[in-house]
Design a binder for this molecule. Structure first.
Ligand code: CAA
Ligand code: NAD
Length: 286
């Protein structure tokens, strides 16, 4: 089996930009694909800002940051991913969009042993594998936000993923990207979001009911349980549109009220109040 040298990342939003950055910092050639030039430019700016942040905090030398930048290329053409050994999909959390993209990736990625991975937060990997003619090469690799900082990746094989592909992915993510890997069965929400999302939704319901202020809910969990950020600030960091989509796939799978979206979350998404990325969610961001 060949080394993973060429990595494709599809989607350069909050997660795709972080995933591209950690792969480039690990010495891989990374091609980043976005839908249009302005989204591509926003992704490039996000990566450059994060690299500069790592330089400022002494985690990365200026020279290493420049070399990482030189290993990144940016495109709106999916065809540019043809020679990839490993593709990570990090587009919006919508099943129809991801199914469509996996069909296209199946058509353009030429290498027969290329791995087609998804960073989905919640959508079963089997649904993405079945959009291709190579489900045995499709696997979930779920990174955490912010990707350069958080050390975890959930590895999610579907029922049809080849065990050799699972092992090749595990060893790349653990040994090359230096992330701790946990393995989950292919159920909506996997391990972490099955636990985290009901907690975030409970905090939104508590706030919605008028029981406590956003600040007091967050301070309660930060200072009372040593979480680095409270649930409403964390929901803003993840993106309220993404949380809404995660609730849809988890509710669709389990039909459990604890996975259903509170009306306030739905109304905030309707209003375009998506959290930190849009400048306003439960808090305001400049
Ligand atoms: N990109 C790169 N680096 C970043 C960063 C970003 N967006 N945000 C923070 N950092 C780095 C900083 O440079 C800093 O590094 P140094 O220690 O080397 O200086 C370090 O992270 C700490 O940052 P700050 O001092 O600015 O701020 P902080 O101490 O408050 O930490 C945080 C910020 C890392 C976001 C921290 O609050 C945290 O870990 N919060 C919880 C995040 C979390 O739970 N994420 C998981 C979300 S769920 C998910 O991802 C799955 C899903 O499917 C939805
Ligand atoms: P985001 O909204 O920040 O970015 C999504 C990007 O995908 C946008 O820039 C959009 O232009 C782009 N896009 C949409 N369709 C595309 C296509 N066909 N080709 C190329 N680009 C396309 O979203 P995000 O927070 O980065 O989430 C991306 C994925 O990562 C989702 O599946 C999400 O569930 C998952 N995830 C998110 C988090 C989080 O905390 N936000 C954590 C882990 C996993």
């Amino acid at each position: 089996m060949s080394e993973i040298e060429r990595v494709g990342v599809v989607g350069a939003g909050l997660m795709g930009s972080g995933i591209a950055e950690v792969n480039a910092r690990a010495g891989r050639h990374v091609t980043v694909r976005e839908t249009d030039e302005s989204a591509l430019e926003a992704g490039r700016a996000r990566i450059d800002k994060s690299l500069q942040r790592a330089v400022r905090s002494g985690k990365l030398s200026e020279d290493d940051a420049r070399q990482a930048q030189d290993r990144l290329s940016y495109t709106t053409e999916l065809r540019a991913l043809a020679e990839s050994d490993f593709v990570v999909e990090a587009i919006v959390e919508q099943e129809a969009a991801k199914v469509d993209l996996f069909g296209q990736l199946d058509a353009v990625v030429d290498k027969p042993d290329a791995i087609l991975a998804s960073n989905t937060s919640s959508i079963p990997i089997m649904k993405l594998g079945m959009a291709t003619n190579r489900a045995e090469h499709v696997v979930g690799v779920h990174f955490f936000n912010p990707v350069p900082v958080l050390p975890l990746v959930e590895l999610v094989p579907s029922l049809l993923t080849d065990e050799k592909v699972v092992e090749r992915t595990r060893s790349y993510v653990a040994d090359t990207l230096n992330k701790t890997v946990i393995r989950s069965k292919d159920r909506a929400g996997f391990i972490v979001n099955a636990l985290l999302v009901p907690y975030l939704l409970s905090a939104i319901r508590m706030f919605e009911s008028g029981f406590a202020s956003a600040e007091d809910i967050d301070h309660g969990m930060e200072l009372g349980t040593a979480h680095p950020m409270g649930p409403l600030r964390l929901a803003d960091l993840v993106g309220l549109d993404t949380i809404k989509s995660i609730t849809e796939s988890m509710y669709d799978e389990f039909k459990e009220p604890l996975y259903s979206a509170p009306p306030l979350l739905l109304r905030m998404v309707d209003a375009g109040l998506l959290g930190k990325k849009s400048g306003r969610g439960f808090y305001e961001y400049s």
